[in-house]
Ligand binder design. Structure first.
Ligand code: BG6
Length: 477
């Protein structure tokens, strides 16, 4: 178990707290990782009372097979009705926290981002930002570089950077951490991990779902701010970064930052060539007919629900290697994967046969695993015919254990004080500095996003983006 802690969840009645945080904590409890003194204090505006919130929590974790642990878990939960905008509830919260002076206190802000600074200020004003306190922020941190700076300054006025945990839940995914194990735990890949041997890298995060009742938030963000600025760029960093000197937080984050800073600028001068934005119209998913984005939103909007782009990293390792990124809602299936395509052999010794390039596929979800595509001889007496086959490592088949949700790992890391899987302030700001000129170029252009039918792989120009370079998107298999 980790050290005794108090987890204070602001926004305790919201979607994130109920869908992710409470079940994550219960899973860790079942696994025996919560010390007996660990507790959770939910904070939200509603006057629910402790019993009311406990009931809500019970409903939220219904899907977890908790057997004998559930009642004890619910006993850990307390509730305070408080508001960032006034004094109501804050003395009560301070008193509850003071009951356990030796606890690590984690303030988790699962709220709307405009409450981050007001809540942090209240925490500070009530003397709760002591040495053992940490603050956890969900994305989005701002909606551009300037607003991210304001949030970072506001939080930084109350907490030191070493106590600020900016969550990008993709970093908590098992397979994303596996990417680091693969790169830095094997001698095999590193000598080949550069522009001399790699032809291109593709990162796809496709979702089958639409905006699912979040159209209000989503319309102010779009796929670029919702997915590319954070999850996609973090994945790109993990693929592209230099080996850090250790897995400690700063060596890892220093290397990621260098990648972000080396990204070649995309702005109005080239955004038309290297970016594509799309918006889904009505179509079909596996479950049947689905409405278009504008029908769900109920109003006109130029917000993108799909982005494809070609990023380039201006350094020795990656010069000339395109990183093709694509993400979108209402695509044919839910799949997140990184595909590294190596260069072709320089000359084919097999008459009439061109060996296909080796490919390393890292599947983040749904069926987590790693595949390495190699050429072999097609078995049989028919002569030397080549075949592209994969060495497969499916995590489910290999380990047969439940894959913990990203939040399980990340929340406990905040208690342990391990910031490796969290974004440092300068990373967030550097990511915005790259994304802002793209969004500005889109806003300045008179072209709306290209529409695509729900259930397809986005607008045809996303395919053209890659085909123009003589390549194609690796098909999800
Ligand atoms: C969130 C985005 O950060 O990530 C959502 O706000 C998106 O729009 C989600 O659906 C995807 O996460 P996952 O873990 O389901 O791939």
């Amino acid at each position: 178990p980790v050290d005794p802690f108090t987890l204070v969840v602001f926004g305790a009645t919201g979607d994130l707290a109920r869908r992710k945080l409470l079940p994550a904590m219960l899973h860790r409890d079942i696994a025996g990782q919560l010390p007996s003194a660990a507790r959770i204090i939910g904070v939200a505006r509603r006057d629910l009372g402790r019993d009311g919130y406990r009931e809500m929590a019970r409903q939220s974790v219904k899907g977890v097979d908790a057997a004998g642990t559930l009642d004890a878990f619910i006993e850990r939960i307390d509730y305070v009705a408080a508001d960032a905008g006034d004094e109501k509830g804050w003395d009560g919260l301070a008193a509850l926290i003071a009951e356990r002076p030796d606890d690590t206190v984690v303030f988790y802000l699962a709220t709307s981002p405009d409450l981050f600074v007001p809540i942090a200020e209240k925490i500070g004003a009530h003397g709760l930002a002591q040495a053992r306190a940490r603050i956890v922020l969900e994305k989005p941190i701002g909606k551009n570089a300037a607003s991210a700076l304001t949030v970072n300054e506001g939080i930084g006025a109350v907490f030191p950077e070493a106590s600020i945990y900016r969550i990008d839940h993709y970093l908590g995914k098992e397979t994303v951490q596996n990417l680091m194990a693969l790169r830095f735990g094997n001698a095999l890949f590193e000598p080949l991990w550069n522009s001399s041997h790699i032809d291109n890298v593709q990162i796809t995060v496709a979702e089958e779902l639409g905006v699912e009742g979040r159209a209000g938030y989503y319309d102010t963000a779009g796929a670029m701010r919702d997915m590319v600025q954070n999850h996609m760029l973090q994945l790109l960093c993990l693929v592209a970064m230099e080996p850090p000197s250790s897995m400690k937080a700063d060596p890892v984050r220093d290397e990621k930052l260098k990648v972000l800073k080396a990204l070649k600028r995309v702005d109005a001068s080239n955004a038309g060539q290297v970016t594509v934005r799309g918006q889904y119209r009505a179509g079909a998913s596996a479950g049947g007919a689905v409405p278009g984005y504008l029908d769900e939103l109920g109003t006109a909007s130029g917000t993108e629900t799909f982005v494809a782009l070609k990023a380039e990293i201006g350094n020795w390792r990656w010069a000339g290697v395109p990183f093709y990124l694509r993400t979108g809602k209402r695509l044919p299936c839910r799949v997140s994967e990184i595909v590294v395509t190596f260069r072709q052999v320089p000359h084919s010794v097999f008459e009439g046969e061109t060996p296909q390039p080796n490919r390393l596929l890292i599947r983040l979800q749904p069926d987590e695993g790693i595949k390495l595509y190699l050429m072999i001889k097609d078995p049989g007496p028919g002569g030397m015919r080549l075949k592209h086959v994969s060495l497969d490592m499916s995590f489910a088949a290999a380990f047969g254990v439940r894959n913990p949700d990203a939040y399980e790992r990340l929340i406990l890391d905040t208690v342990r004080g391990n910031q490796t899987l969290f974004m440092r302030r300068d990373e967030v700001e550097a990511a915005w500095a790259w994304v802002d000129p793209i969004i500005e170029a889109w806003q300045a252009s008179s072209e709306p996003p290209k529409s695509y039918t729900a259930g397809t792989w986005g607008p045809s120009s996303a395919i053209a983006l890659v085909e123009r370079d003589g390549r194609s998107w690796a098909e999800a298999d």
